[in-house]
Write a protein that binds this ligand. Structure first.
Ligand code: THU
Length: 143
């Protein structure tokens, strides 16, 4: 169980923000639009969508875009992220490996990672569940 819990209001706001972001996605190559919303420690919510390009590996994930928006706004600590993408019933969207590491930079082990699709909420994980035994800033500070 995460030690930090979302209020219903926060969860509703994250879901609405991520769904709105998903509608703004630029995903003409995968046809898989994704929206993400990050709640920071100050209670502010930051949105991101995936942005692809013709050189396929250079695309940007929605979670990375939302983290960038958080940092730009001055946020440095993520408390929860909600990700919206198609799928469900065992194929719920969860952040890719690279984004799990990006979230690790700004999230505690109990960072909430909530999946959702266009219709409903999916499973909720913590960062520690999705990125166990992870490498982070503490490993290199003091070197
Ligand atoms: N994608 C995200 O933006 N977030 C995820 O959590 C999974 C995948 C994007 C990357 C690419 O633009 C498209 O979804 C298909 O992989």
């Amino acid at each position: 169980m995460p030690s930090f819990d979302l209020t219903q209001t926060q969860q509703d706001a994250l879901l609405a923000t991520a769904r709105q972001a998903q509608r703004q996605a630029y995903a003409p190559y995968s046809n898989y639009p994704v929206g993400a919303a990050v709640l920071d420690a100050q209670g502010h919510i930051h949105a991101g969508c995936n942005v692809e390009n013709a050189a396929y590996p250079e695309g940007l994930c929605a979670e990375a875009a939302a983290l960038s928006a958080m940092v730009l706004a001055g946020g440095r600590q993520a408390r929860a992220v909600l990700v919206v993408g198609s799928g469900g019933n065992g194929s719920w969207i969860t952040p890719c490996g690279g984004c799990r590491q990006k979230l690790r930079e700004f999230g505690a082990p109990d960072l909430i990672i909530q999946s959702a699709n266009e219709l409903t909420l999916g499973p909720r994980h913590t960062l520690a569940q999705l990125l166990p035994e992870s490498f982070g800033p503490g490993h290199i500070k003091g070197n």
